[in-house]
Design a protein around this ligand. Structure first.
Ligand code: PLP
Length: 458
């Protein structure tokens, strides 16, 4: 018999979580204006809102925290992190920031101006937010396969090279400051980008003379998929694969809260000194001095260690197998999910799940609400609410894909929790035909509205 996979760690410290009754959850959700972001965490049993900053640090990371150097300038923690970035990712220039969107804010302050066009693959919401905030436009060049949840494709997150080339043909080159490649492609379902695709994007960038930036939150999961799916990489280590991936990039923005397994942090890394020097000015304005950028010394130490652990095969294998475990359970119950499964989350296809609720009534949000009411499980809407209004017409945007994302924190829950979540969703699925009414927006912010939106049941 084949041995099953088992977690590559054992548990040294635990944290209590609480169950609740359906009646309690109904009251809490009403008070929260049907926005799951408004719930306090003690009202949630299994929290799959995000895998961002919610992972469990290792004993070695906690030990590294104790050695944090809190000097304002030139701390040893900064040097540790700078060395880790150089050794694992290969960049000479690096700036710490307090999280990923801060890295975007600093770097885009240098690179993006009004009227610019930034092509990429399904720009993440904060990335798009930082582009549109500067009155520039994000053009999505993701391959068409990504927009179907049933088409099987090993690298569904990839850039469509023809669509990318068309952007360069359609717009003057001065308006295209860089290409951004999101690895893994979060909004398309945590889907990876192949090495072949990264190479092709590099070729186009060289042809037109623009830099390539990797939005890198889940770069290690991307490397895992390259190792396990792409010809020629099975015998390479994750760190070797990561090194090749970044050989095709000019720079990166990083949310360390994902694959670097820390609770807060981010950074920018660059090969170009001139861009780095300009970014330093904005880093000092927005984040802090260039050797801490909004991070405590102890947090930089934990991050340096996390980058190393996060790029070990065993860590990634445990994690991605757990995500697949939940995905397979849901599939067994007939629940429509994005396939192949992504690296960090299972994306439940709300369009196919809730066929009696229209896009206008925000069916993905409706499904997230039903799952919470059923069992205290918190997922997140990746659908029409998150898509925001069109910045020019102010009309609601209705994306082709509408998901409830069940993001799995790293090293945090057991497979028994996954069983619990799967049964909760099955119960909602069994009564899906009775769910006919969605929600309407009562109050919303002009941008990134999903965090604070207030809703009411129809
Ligand atoms: C999380 C994330 C970001 C933003 O990072 P924060 O740390 O949340 O600010 C940017 N891009 C991608 C792909 C992400 O997953």
């Amino acid at each position: 018999m084949n041995l099953p996979y088992a977690e590559s760690y054992k548990i040294k410290m635990v944290e209590a979580i609480k169950t609740s009754t359906r009646q309690e959850r109904e009251e809490w959700l009403k008070e929260a204006k049907y926005n799951l972001f408004n719930l306090s965490s003690d009202k949630v049993f299994v929290d799959l809102l995000t895998d961002s900053g919610t992972g469990a640090m290792s004993d070695k990371q906690w030990a590294a925290m104790m050695l944090g150097d809190e000097s304002y300038a030139g701390s040893s923690s900064y040097t540790n992190l700078k060395n880790s970035v150089k050794n694992i990712l290969g960049f000479d220039y690096f700036l710490p920031t307090h999280q990923g969107r801060a890295a975007e804010n600093v770097l885009f302050s240098v690179l993006v101006k009004e009227g610019d066009i930034v092509p990429g693959n399904s720009h993440f919401d904060t990335t798009k937010g930082h582009i549109e905030f500067r009155k520039a436009e994000a053009i999505d060049c993701t391959i068409d396969e990504a927009f179907s949840t049933t088409v099987l494709h090993d690298f569904k997150g990839s850039v469509d090279v023809q669509k990318l080339e068309n952007v360069f043909i359609s717009y003057p080159i001065e308006r295209i400051p860089f290409i951004i490649v999101t690895i893994t492609n979060n909004n398309a379902g945590g889907q990876p980008v192949s090495m072949q695709n990264l190479r092709e994007v590099r070729k186009i960038a060289d042809k037109y003379g623009v830099p390539v930036i990797f939005d890198s939150a889940r770069f290690a999961e991307n490397a895992y998929f390259i190792k396990t799916r792409e010809a020629g990489y099975a015998d390479k280590t994750i760190k070797q694969i990561v090194a090749e991936m970044y050989s095709y990039a000019d720079g990166m923005t990083m949310s360390s809260k994902k694959d670097a397994i820390v609770n807060i942090g981010g950074f920018i890394a660059l090969k170009n000194k001139a861009i780095y020097e300009k970014a330093c000015v904005y880093n000092i304005m927005f984040e802090g001095f260039i050797t801490y950028g909004g991070m405590a010394g102890r947090d930089m130490n934990a991050l340096a260690q996390g980058l190393d652990e996060g790029t070990e095969f065993e860590t990634l294998h445990s994690r991605i197998q757990q995500v697949a475990y939940l995905g397979n359970k849901l599939k067994e119950y007939g629940i429509p999910v994005q396939e192949p499964f992504g690296g960090h989350a299972i994306f439940v296809d709300a369009k196919r799940f809730l066929q009696n609720v229209s896009a206008e009534e925000f069916r993905a949000q409706t499904l997230a609400i039903e799952l919470y009411l059923e069992a205290g499980v918190r997922g997140v809407e990746i659908g029409a609410i998150m898509a925001d209004r069109d910045p020019i017409t102010r009309e609601n945007r209705f994306p082709e894909l509408e998901f409830v994302r069940l993001a799995i924190p790293r090293r945090t829950y057991t497979n028994n929790h996954m069983n619990y979540v799967a049964v909760a969703l099955k119960n909602v699925f069994d009564r899906r035909n009775e769910i006919k009414n969605g929600v309407k927006i009562v109050k919303e912010a002009p941008i990134l509205r999903h965090f604070t939106v207030e809703l009411d049941k129809i």
